[in-house]
Design a protein around this ligand. Structure first.
Ligand SMILES: Cc1cc2nc3c(=O)[nH]c(=O)nc-3n(C[C@H](O)[C@H](O)[C@H](O)COP(=O)(O)O)c2cc1C
Length: 327
């Protein structure tokens, strides 16, 4: 049996498979099931910034439902104190009853009053905080550097009040993604989770109405985090975690080969049940045995750009070759 232990943003995980933030990590019952299935850590369902700032009626009016998959889990007519109290007591109970690391999560669009609640999360024993931050760059008046500054100042502000490790689950919508990841590390992040997956509304051309896109990912999407993790491994100060499209053990193994310290899974747990998590861990273990890897660091980043003789495989040049036949 291989040793699956891994280090992720200073946390020692018994294996790299993390139950990602969703309503499946929003109740004690399902958190216990995640631990029982073998999760290396859990990221609690996000507390939305809007839950702190507004009452739910205002929030329903203001939320951009077209953007956040997470909003499906979120909208219901209760007050902000309800959300806060619920969240903090879930965290407290999770810390008492689980032995794996519990990562609190805030879905935010900037720093603000919620930093106070982040401090409360740390005080209640959260092992780390994951920020799920996304500013939709849809305003033609807004320049990319202004948007990026907002991310930086948010990280700096929260870092100034927290001592626990901090990650941010980002989108891939940055012009200078590699530089952005490094700058987020400079600002105080310990890890970056690549990537959040956004809900994309669709159009039914017969009814002339909007329809919802698929809120769950497809296994083919695993190549999205894979490429960026492979490009960034060894090039940045932050740890990298994969999110999007990991549905079975092959997705876990691929992302670790690319350079991910940890892999977050969500859709597959909705589709196959929380217990499916155990299959990913068993599959990874058997794969390591088959390849005589005794520990995760034996193959962490092995196929990253940094460790390849022909690193262009991860770059655009490979695509041009495939299209043109020029080698
Ligand atoms: C129903 C649902 C609810 C989600 N809720 C949250 C959330 O509260 N906070 C968050 O950071 N991500 C949330 N996510 C995003 C997931 O954590 C994950 O990053 C995304 O689904 C991509 O991973 P996957 O391909 O394994 O599903 C949610 C996803 C789904 C499908």
């Amino acid at each position: 049996m291989a040793d699956l232990k891994t280090q992720y943003m200073g946390l020692c995980l018994k294996n790299p498979v993390i139950a990602a933030s969703s309503r499946l990590t929003g109740s004690m019952d399902s958190l216990l099931r995640c631990e029982e299935a073998g999760a290396g850590a859990v990221v609690l369902k996000s507390l939305f910034e809007e839950q702190i700032l507004f009452d739910s009626e205002k929030m329903v009016e203001g939320t951009d439902m077209g953007v956040y998959t997470d909003a499906f889990d979120f909208l219901s007519g209760v007050s902000k104190n309800y959300y806060l109290d619920q969240y903090l007591s879930l965290l407290e109970e999770a810390k008492k009853r689980l032995s794996i690391p519990v990562i609190a999560s805030i879905n935010c669009i900037g720093a603000g009053v919620w930093t106070e609640y982040a401090e409360k999360m740390e005080a209640l024993g959260a092992d780390a905080l994951e920020l799920n931050m996304f500013i939709l760059p849809s305003d033609p008046e807004q320049r990319s550097e202004d948007i990026e500054k907002k991310y930086m100042s948010t990280v700096k502000e929260i870092r100034s009040v927290l001592t626990i490790p901090m990650a941010m689950k980002i989108s891939s919508h940055f012009t200078g993604l590699a530089g952005m990841v490094e700058a987020l590390g400079e600002a105080g992040l310990n890890a970056v989770v690549m990537f959040n997956r956004f809900f994309r509304p669709d159009i039914d051309i017969e009814s002339l109405k909007f329809t919802s896109g698929n809120i769950f990912s497809d296994p083919s999407e695993v190549v999205i985090p894979l490429q960026w993790i492979a490009l960034l491994y060894g090039q940045t100060r932050v740890d990298l975690a994969a999110s999007t499209g990991v549905h079975d053990y092959t997705g876990v193994v691929k992302n670790i080969l690319a350079g991910a310290n940890a892999v977050e899974i969500c859709s597959t747990l909705f589709k196959n049940g929380i217990e499916h998590l155990g299959k990913l861990i068993t599959g990874m273990n058997q794969w390591m045995d088959r390849h005589s890897f005794e520990k995760v660091t034996d193959f962490l980043g092995l196929l990253s750009k940094a460790n390849l003789e022909h690193p262009e495989i991860w770059e655009r040049s490979q695509y041009i070759k495939a299209l043109t036949g020029i080698s």
